[in-house]
Design a protein. Structure first.
Length: 400
């Protein structure tokens, strides 16, 4: 009897799986009319959860009203879950007019609490609009896309009360000429950005109230601001940012009220005249094998009640004035100094007197309430430290 029941269960499961798979449909969108549709939105409206939409070559710029946003239009508005939309490659399939105007290119989300909104988008160029992709949903995967000429490349507005935990991935994509490449916030949890390049952007990636945000193998070229974690947590590994020549403002990496592990990264603002290249404000920072260079006041600034533990084996080079500025405010000027542990790092010299002179802390500002912090730098590394690359697989484990 058990064996018969077992066979019945197996057959029932196989029938159920076959039925679910057979229900998925692949739709084709071709501008010449040879597909099921010639407008992407028509295919999105016809598709059901689990369907795939294949989009051929050409520029798709037909806009329609966004159903749940009054007086707003989008080239693609997705108000359902589980869709996969695949272009013919970013050099062939283009969404948007290319003009920075008030419309949106791709919008995902809706007001139905029963729907888990999600989308996979692959192989597109997304050009123009206020946002390339505006997202209010639980799961997002962008792979092999190019986003250019928008205020925001990808804007994740947050999960909302009914979306639950979010898991987003942006992989193997490029961002050009944007105010900000990626903005995420309002309680998003789980965000992986891997193998992406940001070129000529004001800001590369900005995480705000985003938790478990991992950035891997990314490069931000010629930015006013590279990476920002604000009230967020996560890890950066094998990342790089270079500043704009002679820029008077900006910062390579900026951590505020956050917990970040940073490893094998290069922050090079030596060509800029900004205040600092790496700023740590009321945050918990750890990591190793990073190279930090500044061209303004200092390469690195640690401020307020930050926690610096396990930040060792890094190269921190003197900027125009200092290698590091350490500050913490104490209005009473009583009690012990805050100590920032920056031992076992390389400072560009093997002379301890030079290192001490390149660090601006309480030792240089006696009885100043704004400098109630001391940097512990000895023992230090007498030579540069080798950079050890980490695999993407290991970082995906952190993300998941």
């Amino acid at each position: 009897m058990k064996s018969i029941l077992g066979k019945i269960v197996v057959v029932a499961v196989m029938v159920t799986l076959h039925a679910s798979f057979s229900e998925a449909i692949t739709w084709r969108v071709e501008k010449d009319g040879s597909g099921d549709f010639d407008v992407i939105q028509d295919a999105v409206d016809a598709a059901a959860e689990g369907d795939t939409i294949l989009v051929g070559a050409g520029r798709f710029e037909t806009m329609r009203p966004i159903p749940y946003w009054e007086d707003h239009n989008a080239t693609i508005a997705v108000e359902k879950g589980g869709l996969v939309i695949i272009g013919a490659g970013p050099e062939h399939t283009i969404v948007g007019t290319g003009e920075i105007i008030g419309n949106y290119n791709v919008v995902v989300g809706g007001n139905d609490p029963e729907v888990v909104y999600s989308l996979t988008l692959m192989g597109f160029s997304i050009e123009g609009g206020y946002c390339g992709i505006e997202y209010e949903a639980a799961r997002l995967k962008i792979e092999g896309c190019v986003l250019r000429n928008s205020h925001f490349g990808i804007l994740v507005a947050g999960p909302g009360d009914h979306f639950g935990i979010c898991n987003h991935e942006v992989i193997d994509s490029e961002f050009f000429g944007l105010d900000t490449g990626i903005v995420s916030g309002l309680g998003v949890e789980g965000f992986l950005v891997a193998n992406c390049q940001f070129d000529s952007v004001q800001t590369g990636i900005s995480f705000r109230a985003t938790y478990n945000a991992v950035v891997s193998n990314c490069k931000v070229i010629g930015a006013i601001q590279g990476y920002q974690y604000d009230i967020s947590s996560g890890a950066m590994t094998n990342c790089e940012v270079t500043g704009v020549e002679n820029a008077e403002y900006g910062v390579g990496a900026y951590f505020t009220n956050s917990t970040v592990s940073m490893n094998d990264c290069i922050i090079d603002f030596s060509m800029a005249n900004t205040f600092t290249a790496l700023s740590v404000v009321s945050s918990d920072l750890s990591g190793s094998s990073n190279i930090i260079k500044g061209g303004g006041l200092s390469a690195m600034r640690v401020f307020s009640n930050s926690i610096i533990e396990g930040f060792t084996g890094n190269e921190i080079y003197k900027a125009n004035t200092f290698a590091l500025v350490a500050q913490s405010f104490n209005s009473t000027m009583q009690g012990p100094f805050i100590h920032f542990d920056l031992t076992s790092n390389y400072w560009g010299t093997d002379n301890p007197d030079s290192i001490a002179a390149w660090i601006d802390d309480a030792n240089d500002h006696p009885y100043n309430p704004n400098y109630w912090a001391v940097v512990d730098f000895e023992p230090f590394e007498p030579d540069p430290v080798p950079v050890q690359k980490k695999s993407l697989g290991g970082l995906k484990d952190l993300f998941r």
